[in-house]
Design a protein. Structure first.
Length: 151
């Protein structure tokens, strides 16, 4: 798992975000999605989503091996959130968790960080560029601070 810090170049706005998985989660998907006490409840801290996912699995859904913590972004608040992304296949349909912004309730989108002439910006899952604005001061210059490997 990697921890990064995203910050505004002009003010003190800063968010620490975790990305990826910890070693144990990587090795043992069955402990996340199966067993007596699936870790999913603990990891995503959203009972509604976790129970829906576990119910799908109980009824034959198969969790994909690509699961990790991602950066979620609210395009209304311009705020970063950090959630666990996963997918469960059942009956040729894919269930993916929808997380809502804890501030305004709008649906969050998954974003990746991208660079353009050293300028950091955000990309949605269709590689569309999202221009970030600091929710605190309106500045559009995002910086990536410390990156830390933790496990
Ligand atoms: Zn919001
Ligand atoms: Zn700012």
């Amino acid at each position: 798992m990697t921890c990064i810090s995203l910050k505004c170049s002009k003010c003190e706005y800063e968010r620490e975000l975790a990305l990826g998985v910890i070693m144990q989660e990587c090795d043992c998907p069955e402990e996340i999605f199966g067993g007596e006490n699936p870790q999913l409840l603990e990891i995503i801290k959203n009972d509604k989503i976790a129970n829906k996912a576990l119910e799908l699995i109980k009824n034959g859904g198969v969790p994909s091996r690509n699961y990790d913590r991602e950066i979620y972004y609210c395009s209304v608040c311009n705020e970063f959130h950090n959630h666990f992304h996963f997918a469960i296949e059942k009956d040729n349909k894919t269930f993916e968790p929808d997380y809502d912004c804890s501030i305004c309730g709008c649906r969050l989108i998954i974003v990746k960080l991208a660079h353009d002439n050293y300028k950091l910006y955000l990309q949605d899952s269709n590689q569309k560029r999202i221009d970030w604005h600091c929710p605190n001061c309106g500045n559009d210059d995002l910086e990536c601070g410390d990156t830390l490997m933790v496990d």
